[in-house]
Design a protein around this ligand. Structure first.
Ligand SMILES: [Zn+2]
Length: 106
């Protein structure tokens, strides 16, 4: 199984990324994307930490961790610059989503 849309406590999730991944590993998941909510206030904080934890976990756990971000409540004209910033920070897997496209959060 895979889940390409999860959140950690870096936004509105409840677990550290490593605990989220450990729980998914116990449920035989093979891949998870951690895509916490970001805007200009926390984009650099979230992306740099997700890149680091994904690198660490991918060396040691069976679940493939993909780092990403869910750009939330951003004006449409700001989405492209935010995606560019996320990519510069190493968030090559980042994607954007308008607020009502997030089934888990709407
Ligand atoms: Zn979401």
């Amino acid at each position: 199984m895979i889940d390409l849309h999860t959140h950690s406590l870096f936004s509105d999730g409840e677990l550290l990324p490593s605990e989220l991944v450990r729980r998914l590993e116990d449920m035989d998941y093979s891949c998870v994307a951690i895509t916490d909510h970001v805007d200009s206030s926390n984009l650099d904080f979230v992306i740099t930490r997700l890149v680091k934890v994904a690198r660490d976990l991918n060396q040691r756990q069976s679940v493939k961790v993909i780092h990403g971000a869910e750009i939330t409540h951003a004006h449409p004209q700001l989405i492209e610059p935010f995606v560019g910033q996320a990519k510069e920070l190493g968030g090559r897997d980042s994607y954007s989503s308008w607020r009502n496209h997030c089934r888990a959060c709407s």
